[in-house]
Each structure stands twice: as C-alpha cells, then as structure tokens.
Ligand binder design. Structure first.
Ligand code: ZN
Length: 86
C-alpha cells in the first residue's frame, strides 16, 4: 500500500494536539532533518498510524486509538513545535 502524507491525518493530529499540526515542524532524531508534519510519510494500515521520516525511514510518530482513547508515541521526533489555534 502506498504511503500517504501528513495531510491525511490532519484531523487526527488536531484532535490529539488540540490545534493545527500540519504546518508545525519537528526534527528527525535519525538524520536531524526538520520536517513539517504534512511532509511525513504516513502509513495508516500498520497497527495504528505511523509517521516516518521520508529521508531515513525512522519512525517519528505512532498514534494508536483503542476504546476511544488515542495514545501518542514520538520515538524519533525531537524539537516538535506547538500547534496553532484551531
Ligand atoms: Zn530522518
């Protein structure tokens, strides 16, 4: 299945972070490149939703929703900016 970009999960990111996240930047812990969340390589058919670095493939973000609660894991994302008001 072809990867999507971060725009595909804009609504989910807004729900979790409380504001617009697609233009927020974060840096990859693997290659140190800075990305906007809209630029991430997103896979929605993994267990949960996975956002990877387009350069080095490091998993930057995992979102898993169970029983109405979304858990966020940011294993490879550093210097994540703040969302803008909705
Ligand atoms: Zn990277």
């Amino acid at each position: 299945m072809e990867a999507l970009d971060g725009n595909a999960i804009a609504g989910q990111l807004m729900e979790v972070f409380g504001g617009e996240m697609t233009t927020v930047t974060g840096r990859c812990a693997g290659c140190r490149r800075t990305w906007q969340m809209a630029e991430l390589e997103v896979h929605t058919h993994a267990p949960g939703t996975v956002g990877r670095c387009r350069d080095c493939g490091v998993v930057l973000m995992v979102l898993v929703t169970a029983r109405g609660v979304t858990c966020v894991h940011l294993p490879g994302l550093v210097d994540l900016g703040m969302p803008t008001a909705p």
